[in-house]
Design a protein around this ligand. Structure first.
Ligand code: GLN
Length: 398
């Protein structure tokens, strides 16, 4: 019997992903999966064809470690069109295995042990373990929920300022935001920008939901603000925009020096993202503007289908302005434990959601919340709505 436990201290500081765990639970119970956010509808035919053609043309060996030239060129071109930013595809882009890898590669490339990283809370689950793995110390700043279902999530300027000091290396910003659906306004971003400049801090922005916007909101990229070009890493990917979460193609756009560091980490972590799918990525980024309008409108219809059903069932919804999640308050059920609530919901009602505590560093802060996603076909949402209807009939107390 070994006497050592063999495990690193790091792994004891975070748990397995609850989001992925809820997908397994959904499968176990035959539930409608509104937990892990990925579409159950088809990816665009053009990009599937491009992937097939790339495989057939034998684009089956390693791409250049930091990304196929065709994809980097397409990313640079679209950054110019969408953000008005000139990016050098040779020196400022690293293609990774999903934006997930882009984020951890970036943090490993920039953080030293003890560096502090500011994170808005609730936050996308991965940022917690990402901080631990990179040795950074997260400092959380609260996003406060709106009073009613039409209000916006906000933060307190003074609280944000207090989170910045001489140890702050970076701020991680996710807009449009998972799990709240908040879309940071230009004014909010300028305020964050001013702090980044004052404290000499890097902004690492996860903009994976960039094209999924509602109610006339506008996506503003931090890198496009005056003073941020040299202190922003912009992370994005194909998963959400082109409905291909399993392809694992994402990227980080950063100034040359930071890119060189990200590329080194990325190379030794994964060598490269799937080569044929990078070619398909170049085709995806060439889809016409109308594609993005249709994408956002499709999600708006889905949001407006699910939210009334959740409200009817007794959830208090916080209306998302972007991304494809709706955060809810479950206090109306008298529930005090989000995890057992989500377990009962999946096993008894047949709908999987993510317990709110997954998005908070102190689980108690999320005890009265659960998150649903609505990246589902109409029929799937109809099945979910029908099941949610059973709650009023007493399904949750069974
Ligand atoms: N971003 C999605 C979510 O929050 C999926 C996460 C994942 O499993 N990579 O549900």
């Amino acid at each position: 019997m070994p006497t050592k436990h063999f495990l690193s201290d790091k792994v004891s500081h975070f748990t397995e992903s609850v989001i992925r765990e809820m997908t397994r639970q959904a499968m176990l119970h035959g539930a409608v999966n509104l937990a892990q956010g990925f579409p159950d509808f088809s990816a665009p035919a053009e990009i599937k064809k491009a992937a097939q053609e790339a495989v057939a043309a034998d684009v089956n060996q390693y791409a250049i470690t930091w990304g196929a030239k065709s994809l980097r060129n397409a990313i640079a071109r679209q950054m110019g069109i969408w953000q008005g930013i000139t990016v050098d595809p040779e020196k400022e882009i690293t293609v990774c295995c999903g934006s997930t890898e882009a984020m951890i590669s970036t943090l490993l490339a920039v953080c030293n042990a003890g560096d502090e990283v500011v994170i808005f809370e609730p936050f996308y689950e991965n940022y917690g373990p990402d901080s631990v793995l990179s040795g950074a110390k997260p400092k959380f700043v609260k996003l406060r929920p709106p009073k009613d279902d039409v209000g916006e999530w906000t933060f307190d300027e003074k609280e944000l300022r207090r989170a910045f000091d001489k140890h702050t290396k970076a701020i991680i910003l996710n807009t449009p935001n998972n799990p709240t659906g908040k879309v940071f306004t230009r004014t909010e971003l300028e305020l964050i920008r001013d702090l980044c400049v004052e404290f000499d801090v890097l902004a690492i922005t996860d903009e994976i939901y960039e094209h999924i916007l509602y109610d006339g909101t506008e996506h503003v990229s931090m890198v496009s603000l005056d003073g941020m070009r040299d202190r922003t890493v912009t992370i994005n990917g194909m998963s959400k925009t082109y409905s291909v979460t399993g392809w694992r193609v994402g990227w980080a756009v950063a100034p040359e020096k930071i890119t060189n560091a990200i590329r080194k980490v990325h190379d030794f972590l994964t060598v490269g993202a799937p080569a044929p799918l990078q070619e398909a990525g170049a085709a995806a980024l060439s889809l016409p503007e109308a594609y993005y309008m249709k994408l956002a409108e499709g999600y708006r219809v889905r949001r407006d289908h699910l939210m009334p059903a959740l409200t009817m069932a007794g959830f208090k919804c916080f209306r998302p302005r972007g991304a494809y999640y709706v955060m809810t308050d479950i206090s109306g059920f008298g529930a005090t434990d989000d995890v057992s609530f989500a377990r009962t919901l999946v096993s008894t009602v047949g709908v999987a959601a993510v317990p709110g505590s997954s998005f908070y560093h102190e689980p108690s802060a999320g005890r009265e919340r659960v998150r649903f996603h609505f990246a589902r076909r109409r029929e799937t949402l109809e099945a979910a709505v029908e099941r949610l209807g059973r709650i009023k009939a007493g399904a949750l107390s069974a």
